[in-house]
Design a protein around this ligand. Structure first.
Ligand code: LMR
Length: 396
């Protein structure tokens, strides 16, 4: 039977990891997959994580199952991290946390929940969005639709977005990126979020907030503005959160599906359905990453260390954004790429065309997604002059 199976191209983002590894050019630059890199190009284990792991090794007493919702101690710290300490949503018992295998796992749980419990509801994503969104929802049997997000000049198209949201049929699901929009790096202002809230209310739309980069934009609380605003002002919100980036525990697959319901009673009903979805997908989530996060956030000292490290990562990325634009000045390209300094998070939608991206790879061993998305954390003081020269060459 297998003789009829066709080979398909590999994942466009993950495939870059392999292609980069194979390249023998000593000047090669990896701006592909979204992982943080330090000045030496490494993705180190954070100090707080190492300390938490040492404690876990010493104190762990069992490897037994942790249940479909994961470790309650993890949920206990993730909810206030996302929704805010003293959140009225938490005080009212309206939010439920389900530990998941990464943010992707949380998205798949959300997709299966929507498919089974809200049949017939379409999911609307920004155009462009993280390419995996385009796979996850249809895989669960959901029809995906798009609302505009960037215009032809590679700038945030908020008017286009809002106008499209106003046309979405009542009850459909709208996927919104809480901060550090992937792939563009263009985020909404607080005022724009207020306007989105009004449309969601008016049209009775269900927001699904993808929150994979908390702490990478402006700060842990600042980046949580949108999910908190929506959860406090709407009856129902779905949030998928990830610890991959802000704790640097990519391979531990640690995320959370947060379901916000109208009241505690409805939350329990929803929660019981999410448990079934998790059980049918993978039964229990992997425990280790959640245990690390729980260990850190239950300790004031480790939380302080982690917060400092996260600030360091965010500041480095934002500095590199400005230095990138500076490096392009001698080529007269600083105005053309000025938006890179204004975008937020790990990614920049540079505006480079697929053909320019191909040339950067083939002629300069610079790797990025063909959409022109660059992982800004892959910039370094060392490689910026080389990058600027290469970008100038493909702009000729
Ligand atoms: C990315 O967009 O590069 C990251 O979220 C990693 C991934 O899984 O695609």
């Amino acid at each position: 039977m297998f003789e009829r199976i066709e080979r398909v191209p590999g994942d466009a983002i993950l495939g870059l990891i392999e292609a980069f590894k194979k390249d023998t050019n000593p000047q090669k630059v990896d701006l592909g997959v979204g992982v943080y890199r330090d000045a030496q190009g490494n993705t180190p284990v954070m100090r707080a994580v190492k300390d938490a792991e040492a404690l876990l090794l010493k104190n762990e007493t069992t490897k037994t199952y942790i249940g479909s919702h994961g470790d309650p101690a993890y949920g206990e710290v993730i909810l206030p991290l996302v929704l805010g300490k003293g959140s009225p949503v938490l005080e009212a018992g309206r939010a439920s946390a389900t530990q998941s295998p990464g943010g992707t796992g949380a998205l798949r749980l959300a997709a299966d929940f929507i498919a089974t419990q809200l049949p017939g509801k379409d999911v609307w994503v920004s155009d462009p969005t993280w390419p995996n969104h385009l796979g996850i929802f249809p895989a669960a049997g959901i029809t995906l639709k798009k609302y505009p997000y960037v215009d032809a000049d590679n700038r945030l198209d908020f008017d286009g977005m809002l106008a499209a949201l106003k046309q979405i049929p009542e009850g459909d699901v709208v996927l919104l990126h809480a901060c550090c929009h992937n792939p563009t790096g263009f985020d909404l202002s607080r005022d724009q979020w207020q306007q989105v809230l009004e449309v969601l209310k008016e049209r009775k739309l269900l927001p699904l907030v993808d929150f994979a980069y908390q702490g990478f934009g402006e700060g842990l609380d600042e980046d949580a503005f949108a999910p908190r605003l929506l959860a406090e002002n709407l009856d129902e919100v779905i949030i998928t959160s990830s610890c991959s980036k802000n704790f640097g525990i990519y391979c531990e697959r640690t995320g959370c599906l947060i379901m916000v319901a109208k009241d505690a009673e409805q939350k329990e009903n929803v929660r019981s359905q999410v448990a079934i979805v998790a059980r049918e997908n993978y039964s229990n989530p992997p425990a280790h990453g959640g245990a690390i996060v729980s260990e850190i956030l239950h300790s004031d000292a480790l939380t302080a260390t982690w917060g400092e490290e996260l600030t360091e990562m965010r500041d480095r990325i934002n500095t590199l954004r400005r230095e990138f634009v500076e490096a392009l000045k001698p080529y007269g390209l600083d105005q053309k790429y000025a938006h890179v300094a204004e975008q937020r998070g790990m990614f920049s939608y540079t505006g480079l065309t697929p053909e320019q991206v191909d040339r950067l790879r083939d002629e300069f061993s610079i790797y990025m997604v063909r959409s022109g998305r660059a992982n800004v954390a892959g910039f370094s003081q060392e490689n910026l002059p080389y990058l600027a020269k290469a970008i100038a060459a493909v702009n000729d």
